[in-house]
Design a protein around this ligand. Structure first.
Ligand SMILES: Nc1nc2c(ncn2[C@@H]2O[C@H](COP(=O)(O)OP(=O)(O)OP(=O)(O)O)[C@@H](O)[C@H]2O)c(=O)[nH]1
Ligand SMILES: [Mg+2]
Length: 210
């Protein structure tokens, strides 16, 4: 329950963010890099994991619950249920592996279309691992073009060097915050209600992308 008091459990607004994309593109690494500033080599995610981060934006304390899904196909049925209610979705590819980029259109954008329940959900396309400069096979221009096609924000990142990592989550949160109805203290239940009744109160989310 949100309140205006002190401490980790108190916040003004709550956001659900989801990370999707092929296995080994660096979804978990981006999340760990954002949360703890350090990235070691991680094991593939089994099913789903989540982490919570508090941010202060525009004088409001925001609670981000960031769900990190497994990219492996065997978990697809399980992970599909986590799209529900997500207000921000980060689609990740590896700039050194073209298959992970083409799968965004062929697989992940279709999953998103099928399972996402929030039509005003903000999407962010992330090309990760730009620190491996010489091995980059998907250009920034291609990334930008796909982002435009899918109606996404776009950033190239590195979970290893932390390039654009904070910017990725913060930009997504700032954009999503614009669609929250209430600027006063509000509980998760109230937010769910707000989103389920939002259509006439929300602007289009694709007008100021990229
Ligand atoms: N060079 C480099 N390696 C990275 C970067 N991000 C992740 N990696 C490496 O890529 C591998 C896979 O990273 P994960 O974060 O586990 O990938 P994932 O997308 O979560 O994979 P699944 O959990 O299987 O879906 C690990 O060995 C990471 O160390 C990056 O920005 N640069
Ligand atoms: Mg993972």
């Amino acid at each position: 329950m949100a309140s205006s008091g002190q401490g980790q459990s108190n916040y003004d607004l709550s956001f659900k963010i989801l990370l999707i994309g092929d296995s080994a593109v660096g979804k978990s690494s981006l999340l760990v890099s954002f949360i703890s500033n350090v990235v070691d080599d991680l094991a593939p995610t089994i099913g789903v994991d989540f982490k919570i981060k508090f941010l202060t934006v525009g004088g409001k304390r925001l609670k981000l619950t960031i769900w990190d899904t497994a990219g492996q196909e065997r978990f697809r049925t399980l992970t599909s249920s986590y799209y529900r209610g997500a207000q921000g979705i980060i689609l990740v590819y590896d700039v050194t592996r073209r298959d992970t980029f083409t799968n965004l259109s062929d697989v992940w954008a279709k999953e998103l279309e099928l399972y996402s329940t929030d039509e005003n959900c903000i999407k962010m396309l992330v090309g990760n691992k730009v620190d491996i400069g010489s091995d980059q096979v998907v250009s920034r221009e291609e990334g930008l073009a796909l982002a435009k096609e899918l109606g996404c924000l776009f950033l190239e990142c590195s979970a290893k060097t932390r390039l654009n990592v904070e910017q990725c989550f913060e930009e997504l949160t700032q954009k999503a915050r614009k669609y929250i109805l209430f600027s006063f203290d509000v509980s998760d239940t109230a937010l769910d209600f707000a989103y389920s009744n939002k259509s006439s109160n929300f602007e289009s989310c694709t007008q100021d992308i990229v």
